[in-house]
Design a protein. Structure first.
Length: 263
């Protein structure tokens, strides 16, 4: 297989080639930042930068081939480009599926205090305590956050004591627990959800969102009576931005261990 005669010129000036170069940079740069400086950046940003330059490469390839501008303005091409841009905008600016919308009546799967004794230490250990509001730049879009990952009603300059943060976490954990219980069968709530396992599943929901945990294989297996299989499936949620994160691996391992108590 032979290279084209003017390959050097194409490599230097072709729109599509520069799109490939830049897409490769955006693919490798976040990994380099992580391994060299232990810096986790927003994966959504890098993904859509890469997609944008791939779109640019498609346009550039058509232009380099000498296709006239009328073709580039064809309805199919315009619709495709608009769909990609709109999808990226919605994905980047949409609300995170992290917060339940309301605070419904608590379900009765087990005594709340026993549950909180298991859940608060588990969640607080992995969320980390920040008593002054900070801008979480990993979120998409960035959001003001305080205490143990609380985002509802938080604004710049907010401050809380450690006790206030603990109380806030307890209230929010109960909200997530209630939302997650909606995805569980009556048999699961009555027979398969001791406080330790309840805490493990709620910790997952607090981390990835109620809908994500509720629709997960872990919950489906638990509802089917496969307790050990459900606990194992908790460990699958160990990635962010398509990359396995060591902190998430460790968190999921602890949740699995707590989930298996009494299995």
């Amino acid at each position: 297989m032979k290279l084209i005669a003017n390959w050097r010129e194409v490599a230097k000036k072709s729109h599509s080639m520069w799109a490939f170069y830049l897409s490769l940079v955006f693919l490798l740069l976040p990994e380099a930042l992580y391994y060299l400086f232990a810096l986790d950046t927003n994966p959504h940003l890098w993904f859509w930068l890469g997609v944008s330059f791939l779109v640019y490469g498609i346009w550039g390839r058509l232009r380099d081939q000498g296709i006239d501008r009328t073709t580039l303005r064809s309805p199919l091409y315009v619709v495709l480009l608009a769909a990609i841009i709109a999808g990226g905008g919605v994905y980047l600016t949409g609300e995170r599926p992290h917060e339940p919308a309301d605070v419904p009546r608590l379900s009765q799967a087990g005594p709340e205090q026993l549950f909180l004794q298991e859940a608060i230490p588990l969640v607080s250990k992995w969320e980390g305590l920040r008593t002054e509001a900070y801008l979480d730049t990993i979120a998409s879009p960035p959001v003001w956050t305080v205490c143990y990952g609380e985002t509802v009603g938080v604004k710049a300059g907010d401050r809380y004591t450690a006790d206030e943060c603990a109380a806030m976490l307890g209230r929010r954990i109960l909200v997530y627990r209630t939302g997650l219980h909606r995805y569980m069968t009556p048999e699961t709530l009555a027979q398969r959800l001791p406080p330790t396992r309840d805490a493990a599943y709620t910790s997952l929901a607090y981390n990835v969102g109620v809908a994500g945990a509720g629709k997960s294989t872990a919950t489906r297996r638990l509802n089917a009576g496969d307790i050990r299989g459900g606990c194992e499936a908790l460990t699958w949620w160990n990635k962010a931005g398509g990359r396995v994160i060591r902190g998430l691996v460790n968190r999921r391992a602890e949740e699995q261990a707590k989930c298996l108590i009494g299995a």
